[in-house]
Design a protein around this ligand. Structure first.
Ligand code: NAD
Ligand code: MG
Length: 384
C-alpha cells in the first residue's frame, strides 16, 4: 500500500462511526482516500460528503430514497443491495470500514473479505450473526478483519507481539450504560429518552439502546469469541463506569495489559486503517489526573437479562446468536417507537430464543433464514 494513498470505502458514512472515520481521513489526506461512501436513506447528507470528498462511488442503500441527488463531478451514484456489495468490493478500495448498523452489514463484510479486502469492522452484528462464515470468508479470500469496536481494538492492541497460547483471559469493560444502579421498578418505566442519554459515549441510536440493555456487551462477548478465537469461559465482562480502560488482556503468567484513553472512536478507527503502523493524530491527549479515579464493578446479569440471554445464545452457537441479534434489532426499534417497554426488549429476545428450534449456521442462507424467522417471531411478540 506504500506509494499511494490507501483507498477506503466507508459503509455508513453518514452515521456516528462514519463521521469519526471522515475525521480521521481529514487529518491524513495523503494516506487515506475515500473511494466509496454509502448511506442508508439520507441522500442529502451523503451528497454533502460527496462534494467534500469526491469519491469514485456513492451509494444510497435504499433505492426508494435515491432519486434526485445525482450531482455532477467525478462520482458515480448507485443504489440498492447490489450497489452496496459493489461498494464493498470496489477495485480501488484497500480497506472497507463497515460502519453499517445491524445484520444489514453481514453481506458486505463477507463480500469484502472474499475479495481480499481489509475490513475495519465496526459492524459487530456481522460477526455475531455469522462468526464462522465471516472468519472462513477471510481465510478463503485473503481478506483481514481488524476491529473498530473500542473494546476489541483495545484487546487487539494489547495482543500485539504475543502468542495465542499465552493468553489466559479477555476482560471486556462496559460503562454500565445510563441505567447502572437503577432498580427493576425504575427500569420498568425507563423511556427512550432516558435510554438515549449515554453517560460516556455519543453513538447511533441502536447501539445506544444496546448499551442501556447491555445487549451490546453480549454482542461484544460473541464478537470477541470469534475475532480472537477465545472460548466463552475465558471472556469476562466487567463494569467500568469511566470508560477510560477500553479493555484488558490477562496472560498466562498473570500479567494484565490494558489499553486506555479518553473515550473517542477516532483512535480505534485510525488504528484499524493504519495497522500495523501508528500515525500521529491530533486529539484530546490523555491526562491521568483529569481522568481521576477508575472504578470497577461486577456486571449484574440478573438485572440486565439481555446480556445473559446474548451470552447464552453465543454459547449455544449455530443460528442462536443470529436469532438473538435479529430479535434484539426488532425489539429495539419497537422500544424507540414507543411500542415496547424497556424490560420488554429482553422479554422479546427471551421469547424468540425460547422458540428457536435449533439449527446450524453453515451457510449464509441458514443465517438469513434464521434472521428472518426471528424478526417474524419478535414482531408477533411486540404486537401481542
Ligand atoms: P449510526 O446509526 O449512527 O449509523 C449507521 C450508518 O449505517 C448510517 O450511515 C446509515 O445510513 C447506515 N445504515 C443503517 N442501516 C442501514 C441499512 N439497512 N443498509 C445500509 N445502510 C444502513 O450507527 P453507528 O453508531 O455509527 O454504529 C455503526 C456500527 O458500529 C454498529 O454496528 C455499532 O454497534 C458499531 N459501533 C458503534 C460505535 C459508536 O461509537 N457509534 C462504537 C462501537 C461500535
Ligand atoms: Mg464497544
Amino acid at each position: 500500500m506504500s506509494g499511494r494513498a490507501t483507498g477506503v470505502a466507508i459503509l455508513g458514512a453518514t452515521g456516528s462511526i462514519g463521521k469519526s472515520a471522515l475525521a480521521v481521513v481529514r487529518q491524513h489526506p495523503d494516506r487515506f482516500r475515500p473511494v466509496v461512501l454509502t448511506a442508508h436513506r439520507n441522500a442529502g447528507a451523503l451528497a454533502a460528503l460527496v462534494s467534500e470528498h469526491r469519491p469514485a462511488l456513492a451509494v444510497v442503500a435504499d433505492p426508494s430514497a435515491a432519486s434526485g441527488v445525482y450531482s455532477a463531478g467525478p462520482t458515480r451514484w448507485a443504489s440498492g443491495r447490489e450497489a452496496l456489495l459493489e461498494a464493498a468490493t470496489h477495485p480501488d478500495v484497500d480497506v472497507v470500514l463497515n460502519a453499517l448498523v445491524g445484520a444489514a452489514g453481514l453481506e458486505p463484510t463477507l463480500a469484502a473479505l472474499r475479495a481480499g479486502k481489509r475490513v475495519a469492522l465496526a459492524n459487530k452484528e456481522s460477526l455475531v450473526c455469522a462468526g464462522p462464515l465471516v472468519m472462513r470468508a477471510a481465510e478463503e479470500g485473503g481478506g483481514r478483519l481488524l476491529p473498530v469496536d473500542s473494546e476489541h481494538s483495545a484487546i487487539f492492541q494489547c495482543l500485539q507481539g504475543s502468542q495465542w497460547r499465552e493468553v489466559e483471559r479477555l476482560l471486556i469493560t462496559a460503562s454500565g450504560g445510563p441505567f447502572r444502579g437503577w432498580t427493576p421498578e425504575r427500569l420498568a418505566a425507563a423511556t427512550p429518552a432516558d435510554a438515549l442519554r449515554h453517560p460516556t459515549w455519543s453513538m447511533g441510536s441502536k447501539v445506544t439502546i444496546d448499551s442501556a440493555t447491555l445487549a451490546n456487551k453480549a454482542l461484544e462477548v460473541i464478537e470477541a469469541h470469534f475475532l480472537f478465537g477465545v472460548p466463552y469461559d475465558r471472556i469476562q465482562a466487567v463494569v467500568h463506569p469511566q470508560s477510560v480502560i477500553h479493555s484488558m488482556v490477562e496472560f498466562v503468567d498473570g500479567s494484565v495489559l490494558a489499553q486506555m484513553g479518553f473515550p473517542t472512536m477516532e483512535i480505534p478507527v485510525l488504528y484499524a486503517l493504519a495497522y500495523p503502523e501508528r500515525l500521529p493524530y491530533a486529539c484530546r491527549r490523555f491526562d491521568p489526573v483529569a481522568a481521576g479515579t477508575l472504578t470497577f464493578e461486577p456486571l449484574h446479569a440478573d438485572r440486565f437479562r439481555a446480556f445473559a440471554l446474548g451470552v447464552e445464545a453465543g454459547r449455544a452457537g449455530g443460528t442462536a446468536p443470529a436469532v438473538f441479534n435479529a430479535a434484539n434489532e426488532v425489539a429495539v426499534a419497537a422500544f424507540l417507537e414507543g411500542g415496547l417497554s424497556f424490560p420488554g426488549i429482553a422479554a422479546a429476545i427471551d421469547d424468540a430464543l425460547a422458540r428457536w428450534p435449533g439449527g446450524e449456521a453453515a451457510t449464509l442462507d441458514d443465517v438469513l433464514r434464521a434472521d428472518a424467522w426471528a424478526r417474524g417471531v419478535t414482531r408477533t411478540f411486540v404486537r401481542g
